[in-house]
Write a protein that binds this ligand. Structure first.
Ligand SMILES: N[C@@H](CCC[C@H](N)C(=O)O)C(=O)O
Length: 286
């Protein structure tokens, strides 16, 4: 089967975007994985499928698959690319677009400078579903969610803030993000038994009350140059720890995202870049 695709990136988090507004492609998990493969396929952190309006008042539906082929709930950088995609292809001329993901309706706004602001919804504070806790604490009764002592297989504990931005995140605070053991600790925490659905793992260095540096080991994709939902989760965690103000610049390896959050019950607003890299056609193996 031959398919057309658009390659896009938001702060270096890269995507293969598929237009399914006229007809579904019905790709298999293996085909999503092949598209994301940087050696045998096109190469991407996630595959975004744009589908027609699922309900009145909603402009489109968009479905996200990680590089490992698994479908996921949310992708912040992808949401910004999605809105540029539908406008550049003439699928809408609206500057505010409403889109349904698997578990949320998002509102996305194009800014005059080409960046996009996404209303990411309100964060949900969760405690891990733990089979054990070395300190004998009941995690559901243990109030300090932002510094939950996550036990590692080697006996160490790392304090983690666990929350959902529609998708699951664990945020660890580090002294120096550039030197953080992302490739070692990332996979251990991603697959930790405390997270039956696995988890995205952020390594946050607080530089000042309005600036952090962040690296993220993404569930199903490994370390990416930026993670939009990861940036939101880190800023929310930093604010609840009393370490950050309500508007924060997040420096990632691929660019800067601006995150704003006014506290419990409020939505998180994310602003950042989105760009088309190239378009192409590819014969996709069955
Ligand atoms: N790159 C994304 C997040 C993509 C999904 C994530 N890996 C998950 O499994 O939840 C972003 O920009 O938010």
């Amino acid at each position: 089967m031959r398919i057309r695709f658009t390659k896009m990136q938001g702060a270096g988090n890269d995507f293969v975007v598929l237009d399914e507004t006229r007809a579904p492609l019905n790709l298999t998990t293996a085909q999503y994985r092949w598209l994301a493969d940087r050696h045998f396929g096109v190469g991407a952190d996630q595959i975004l499928s744009v589908r027609p309006s699922p309900a009145p008042g909603i402009d489109f539906e968009y479905v996200i698959h990680n590089a490992d082929g698994g479908e996921v709930e949310h992708c912040g950088n992808g949401a910004r690319c999605f809105v540029r995609f539908v406008r550049e292809r003439g699928l809408t001329d609206k500057s505010t677009v409403r889109v349904r993901t698997v578990n949320q309706v998002l509102e996305l706004r194009m800014l005059p400078d080409g960046r996009v602001t996404v209303d990411m919804g309100a964060p949900v504070f969760e405690l891990p579903q733990v089979p054990f806790d070395p300190r004998g604490l009941d995690p559901q009764a243990h109030g300090d969610w932002a510094r939950w002592p996550l036990p590692l297989p080697d006996g160490r504990q790392v304090p983690a803030a666990v929350l959902s931005m529609g998708n699951p995140h664990a945020v660890l605070e580090v002294d120096d993000a550039e030197r953080a053991p992302v490739a070692q600790l990332g996979p251990l925490v991603e697959a930790h038994p405390a997270f039956p659905r696995r988890v995205n793992v952020g390594f946050m260095q607080v530089r000042s009350r309005d600036a952090i540096t962040l690296r993220v080991w993404e569930r199903g994709a490994g370390e990416t140059l930026a993670c939009g939902t990861g940036a939101c989760a880190a800023v929310v965690a930093g604010i609840r720890l009393g370490r950050l103000d309500s508007r924060v610049e997040v420096q990632t390896r691929g660019g800067v995202l601006t995150i704003e959050w006014r506290g419990i019950g409020s939505p998180v607003l994310m602003t950042g870049p989105a760009a088309t890299v190239f378009e192409g056609e590819v014969e996709i193996p069955l």
